[in-house]
Ligand binder design. Sequence first.
Ligand SMILES: Cc1cc2nc3c(=O)[nH]c(=O)nc-3n(C[C@H](O)[C@H](O)[C@H](O)COP(=O)(O)O)c2cc1C
Length: 352
Amino acid sequence: MSLILIYPSADDPQDNQRLDEVLAHALAGVEHRTAKHATELSGLQGQTLLFAVPLGKYGVNLEYLSMLRRLRAQPDLLEGCLAGIIVDGGSDLYTKSTAAELGFAMNMAGCALIGRPLVEATGYLTNFRIQAKNLGTDLGGAYKAAAAELVLRLQTFRFPKKQRPEILVLHASGHAASNTMNLWNRVRRKLEKRCKITEIGLRNGTLFDCSGCPYTVCLHFGEKGSCFYGGVMRDEVYPAVCRADAIVLLCPNYNDALSANLTAFINRLTSLFRQTRFYDKAVFGIVVSGYSGSDTVARQVISAMNMNKSFYLPSRFAVLETANNPGEAVALPGVTDRLDDFAQHILDTLTP
Ligand SMILES: Cc1cc2nc3c(=O)[nH]c(=O)nc-3n(C[C@H](O)[C@H](O)[C@H](O)COP(=O)(O)O)c2cc1C
């Protein structure tokens, strides 16, 4: 299958050098064409994409910014695409935030991301220390191997569909008129005939955050399908995650971030993640902010669940609404159509 490399050149041509070498290695023998300028981003619908961004020391690439503008301006620019991302930085900073910003923009433009879609290279490649040790190679060798592995997964991945998929819904809202819960209830009505749905509430007191056990301890508990703290996570949430074909996270914006309970859930998924990858499970979200910042919360979900924990990110994975008072979200102009579209999109993603 052919691939399109989207490769905005760095402001300083020297900052392209390392990424040039890595791409030459990862794409050797792979049929592809390259788009280097924002003006070349057209006719991409339905394609497999590798978006590679050289950032340089200060984390700014002006051609990339022009591309970002184009992605945000044309909501169907990447309709039906599947993508992976490489971000090559000149320091320890800016690679992750750039990847999350780009992943969100691509996703909103209609593009799905495979699980663990990001190969990230910090200035001195020290983020590859463990991988280099495991592969018995140097840091540069580990970078090239990660990029080649990403290209291979990108070319071979297909999200599996099921006649009657299982959906796990996680929420942490405590009040009856919760905006996120109200929106979900509308979506649920459209799904329940075709899907098996499990809802679990992670309210205050039901879940401890990750205790940060040493790797071997985490591995030991993970092998038994558990985690140091046990509790609702071991008894209900881990089995439900294992059964699920998709997770829907209900995300009120709390201080421009996911609420503490949902963050604790993601942190404690680490134990299960040590045993298994979640490439064949999708993550969706319903995000509500009182005033602004839903993109920040959605980016956090992309970083944590897709880039880190390996869940598949379907195109337009989340509905993003702005509503503050209890009950306000379901009365927003146009919200019924947006929720109907979102429910249909979940069905189209999960069922044949
Ligand atoms: C602790 C807390 C922090 C919040 N922080 C923000 C914020 O940073 N930005 C914002 O736009 N809204 C913020 N909000 C408002 C909620 O996101 C908003 O009311 C949303 O509709 C809540 O959804 P829910 O009813 O499902 O809990 C905050 C609300 C709470 C309770």
